[in-house]
Design a protein around this ligand. Structure first.
Ligand code: CA
Length: 227
């Protein structure tokens, strides 16, 4: 059975963005739009992890976090639009295990969720993702192909990790945007093409066969052969 994640976020657009991403990753998701509803859901259906927004109507995220902490052992990630250190300390003092500053890309959130789940299962290590002759180390963030180490920038890593976790699956441009650039990304839309090009350059440097293919009109797919 996959883990159940409770999302407490009053902004529907962001709640949906998170829910969509988590469902795509195979988690079970409950969504509450305010603190009271979130606490009630947590009581009725104990979650394996909670993602909670700081600023909520009624009781705020800090208070909800304190009450959850008093009632159960559950990893908590707090979302906050405030980035300064004092706020972060208040959030962590209240019992959040990690926090993330808005706006964020889904990959940033899922990386923390995976890390918290790993932390709660002892003896776990960073994963090595493998596809064909390409590997990706989720600890060092380096790829390897054909015995050659490939250094990646942060965005290149996030993009490649997304493909490596969903091999042979066509990923649409919208999904890639959500996942790697976030819901508030207002940049020019050729950014995906640019980063795919970087990844191809790095992974095909020695003339290796292409793994990252364009699916015209849809998006991209990691697979061994052109179809
Ligand atoms: Ca809010």
């Amino acid at each position: 059975m996959s883990e159940r994640i409770l999302v407490i976020e009053d902004e529907e657009r962001i709640a949906e963005f998170i829910e969509r991403g988590l469902l795509f990753e195979g988690y079970r998701v409950d969504v509450a739009y305010d603190g009271h509803a979130g606490l009630a859901m947590a009581r009725d259906n104990p979650p394996d992890l909670v993602v909670i927004d700081w600023m909520l109507p009624g009781i705020d995220g800090i208070e909800v976090t304190k009450r959850l902490r008093a009632a159960m052992q559950v990893p908590i990630v707090m979302l906050t639009a405030k980035s300064d250190v004092a706020d972060r300390v208040v959030g962590l003092d209240a019992g959040a295990d990690d926090y993330i500053v808005k706006p964020f890309a889904f990959e940033e959130l899922i990386a923390r969720i995976r890390a918290l789940f790993r932390r709660s299962s002892p003896n776990s290590r960073p994963e090595i993702l493998t596809f064909a002759d390409l590997t990706l180390d989720t600890g060092t963030h380096r790829a390897q192909r054909n015995g050659r180490m490939i250094d990646l920038t942060a965005k290149e890593y996030e993009l490649l990790e997304l493909f490596m976790r969903h091999p042979r699956q066509v990923l649409t441009r919208d999904l890639i945007f959500d996942r790697v650039w976030g819901y508030d990304f207002g940049g020019e839309s050729n950014i995906i093409e640019v980063y795919v090009r970087y990844l191809r350059q790095k992974t095909e440097e020695q003339g290796e066969p292409r793994l990252l293919h364009t699916v015209r009109g849809f998006g991209y797919v990691l697979r061994e052969e052109e179809e």
